[in-house]
Design a protein around this ligand. Structure first.
Ligand SMILES: C[S@@+](CC[C@H](N)C(=O)[O-])C[C@H]1O[C@@H](n2cnc3c(N)ncnc32)[C@H](O)[C@@H]1O
Length: 312
């Protein structure tokens, strides 16, 4: 079966309403894109959780509505325009969409990711490229943490460079559970993960089962009432944005055992000093490594000095 896409370029202010109206009058699905994407007018936007909040949305939108091939596309556009009382029916073009193997197409966009020296994150439909490596089977899903983002990779590389066999690890802001699972696979004795998002907890638990990683995951309030309520950990890793990290300084520092390590990620290089300043009353933090403008900070509780940077 084939479909036809209706493509309408429209001012950003109208895009959301037009997209809702198109759905109501017969479109099968609608997406709104940046009409300036790929041109000199394109504005940088960052959408992944863990990245800087959007400062400005794009200027011009492209609304793309999928319809049955034999639908009356002109009538659909006219009805949608009338529904939201546009002054005129917007101009549109049509694109034919051939049937494809959508599952295969989507899957082909996610390849195994090599991280650090010996870690591979491998989608379930791929063979592990190196069966002797530390393999995490992870599919892209609702929770952040597939290893594609520098903030995640920096933490994974830190964990690999500082294995803690037999130690305790807390992954605060665990998302998919990727960091907790790396810690566990590197030999940590006891690992806990916490996230504010119930969907993240659910997917972290699923991923734990799939990867045979015995990690316990909690929402913050249940964590505070769990057997871990007063526990301090040998390693605490938190990949969250700089503002919440600053607010959490007393809480996260209070979770680190004497001589234990704290690793913070989700921090832009220019934010490193202010984040380190928020933790200074508790733990001396310094930059461990930088990737694509993001840094990971680290420090040890009770140490007067900042541990060396990776490339020092
Ligand atoms: C950037 S993701 C990191 C996910 C994963 N740890 C990684 O490194 O890829 C940040 C995660 O922190 C969670 N988060 C944000 N604020 C939080 C808070 N105040 N307490 C606990 N988790 C939080 C988000 O729901 C999200 O899953």
């Amino acid at each position: 079966m084939s479909w036809t896409e209706i493509v309408i370029e429209i001012a950003r202010d109208h895009a959301e309403a037009l997209s809702d109206a198109l759905m109501e009058v017969g479109a099968l699905s609608v997406s709104v894109e940046d009409a300036d994407e790929g041109t000199d007018a394109e504005r940088p936007l960052f959408g992944e959780p863990g990245m800087e909040p959007k400062e400005a949305a794009w200027e011009h939108s492209r609304v793309v509505a999928l319809t049955e091939q034999d639908a009356d596309q002109a009538a659909i556009v006219a009805a949608a325009a009338e529904q939201i009382k546009l002054a005129a029916v917007p101009r549109f073009t049509l694109r034919k969409v051939e049937e494809q193997d959508w599952v295969r197409l989507t899957q082909s966009q996610f390849a195994p990711i090599h991280i650090g020296k010996n870690i591979w994150v491998v989608p379930s439909w791929h063979e592990a490229p190196d069966p002797d490596a530390l393999i995490l089977e992870l599919d892209p899903g609702l929770a952040f943490g597939t290893g594609s983002h520098p903030t995640t990779r920096l933490c994974m590389e830190w964990l690999e460079a500082h294995p803690a066999p037999g130690k305790t690890v807390l992954d605060y802001g665990c998302g998919s559970g990727i960091l907790a699972m790396v810690a566990k696979k590197l030999g940590a004795a006891q690992v806990a993960g916490v996230d504010i998002d119930p969907q993240a907890i659910e997917s972290a638990r699923d991923n734990g089962v799939r990867n045979q990683c015995d990690v316990e995951y909690f929402l913050p309030d249940t964590f505070a009432q769990s057997a871990y309520a007063n526990q301090r950990f040998d390693v605490v890793v938190a990949n969250i944005l700089s503002s919440p990290l600053k607010l959490m300084a007393p809480m996260l520092s209070g979770r680190v055992a004497d001589g234990g390590a704290l690793i913070l990620s989700g921090v832009l290089a220019r934010q490193a000093e202010e984040v380190a300043a928020a933790y200074a009353p508790f733990i001396k933090l310094g930059v461990w490594a930088e990737q694509d403008g993001w840094v990971a900070l680290h420090g040890r509780l009770g140490s007067d000095t900042v541990p060396p940077a990776r490339d020092a």
